[in-house]
Design a protein around this ligand. Structure first.
Ligand SMILES: [Zn+2]
Ligand SMILES: [Zn+2]
Ligand SMILES: [Zn+2]
Length: 123
């Protein structure tokens, strides 16, 4: 028998037997916290806590201004875009993840240049 399609964050695919819907009794009817469709997985973003919110394939954790998930737990580290909840559609993200940003992938050339120009030139 097929297994439920639901992916639990940090656990993996659900091991329960599947119903006609493609999900088990426990996960059938669990709706995406962002758009209300059938959820397919739980959010695996972590801060002080694992987020764990149910999400469909189209939605994910909203990326905050600093490129992180904004902090999950007792206090918010970085504000989310104005009017955004903690989760949104993937194509509606305002900011990109910090690890996809250029500043992160480039070596600190500008810093080195600055240090080099510090040497005295006597003319
Ligand atoms: Zn399940
Ligand atoms: Zn959704
Ligand atoms: Zn989340």
């Amino acid at each position: 028998m097929d297994k439920c399609k639901f992916i639990e964050s940090w656990v993996g695919q659900c091991k329960n037997d599947v119903l006609k819907s493609g999900f088990c009794e426990e996960h059938q009817g669990i709706t995406c916290i962002s758009c209300g469709k059938q959820a397919t997985h739980s959010c695996e973003e972590t801060g002080q806590l694992v987020c764990g919110a149910p999400l469909c394939d189209d939605c994910e954790h909203t990326i905050a201004k600093d490129g992180t998930n904004g902090g999950i737990g007792f206090f918010r580290v970085s504000p989310l875009p104005k009017g955004y909840k903690q989760h949104c559609r993937k194509d509606a993200q305002v900011y990109t993840s910090w690890y996809t940003r250029d500043e992160y992938n480039q070596p600190l050339n500008s810093e080195r240049k600055k240090a080099g120009s510090g040497s005295d030139s006597t003319e």
